[in-house]
Unconditional design. Structure first.
Length: 167
């Protein structure tokens, strides 16, 4: 395997993992806050920015870390290279460069996830909460990694084969 191909595969997987992990953290934090008391507590969203290692960049754009600003920054912001949408965009670009080396299902899942997350309206998602967007990212990531595992094992039988009942 060429180092260029190995490099693209590594970064493809890394960006997908980063997007899924960020989606999980956003979704869990959002649901945790829904279950807590109505008493305001300032540090609820700050730890997410700290965990992402993006405090400096975040505070260049925003003055306060609240649900809306953190969600916009970590999920959609195009000038945040670690936002979910940017990670999926980079993963797709890596997949595109090695398209002849990955399975058709892997490419279709990656491309479909990219088009799915770029169709979300950030303003609408921010006002309604992150759950639907985060679920789409998590599901897309699971599907992609499932297809990757099948391709690596040499058992890829297409989408229909994946969902059929075991014999």
């Amino acid at each position: 395997m060429l180092s260029r191909i190995a490099d693209s595969m590594f970064w493809l997987a890394r960006y997908m993992e980063r997007a899924e992990d960020t989606a999980r953290i956003l979704d869990v934090n959002y649901h945790m806050l829904l279950e807590q008391s109505a008493t305001p507590y300032r540090l609820r969203w700050d730890p997410l920015i700290i965990m992402a290692g993006e405090q400096q960049r975040f505070f260049q754009f925003y003055t306060d870390a609240n649900a809306q600003t953190v969600y916009e920054f970590l999920a959609f912001r195009s000038d945040n290279p670690n936002s979910i949408v940017q990670c999926i965009t980079k993963a797709r670009e890596n997949a595109r460069t090695i398209r002849d080396r990955i399975s058709r299902e892997m490419w279709e899942d990656m491309n479909g996830l990219y088009h799915s997350v770029t169709r979300f309206d950030p303003a609408e998602q921010i006002s309604s909460g992150p759950h639907r967007f985060c679920e789409a990212v998590k599901f897309g990531s699971h599907r992609f990694f499932s297809d990757t595992e099948e391709a690596m094992a040499g058992t890829s039988s297409g989408s229909a084969g994946r969902w059929s009942a075991p014999r």
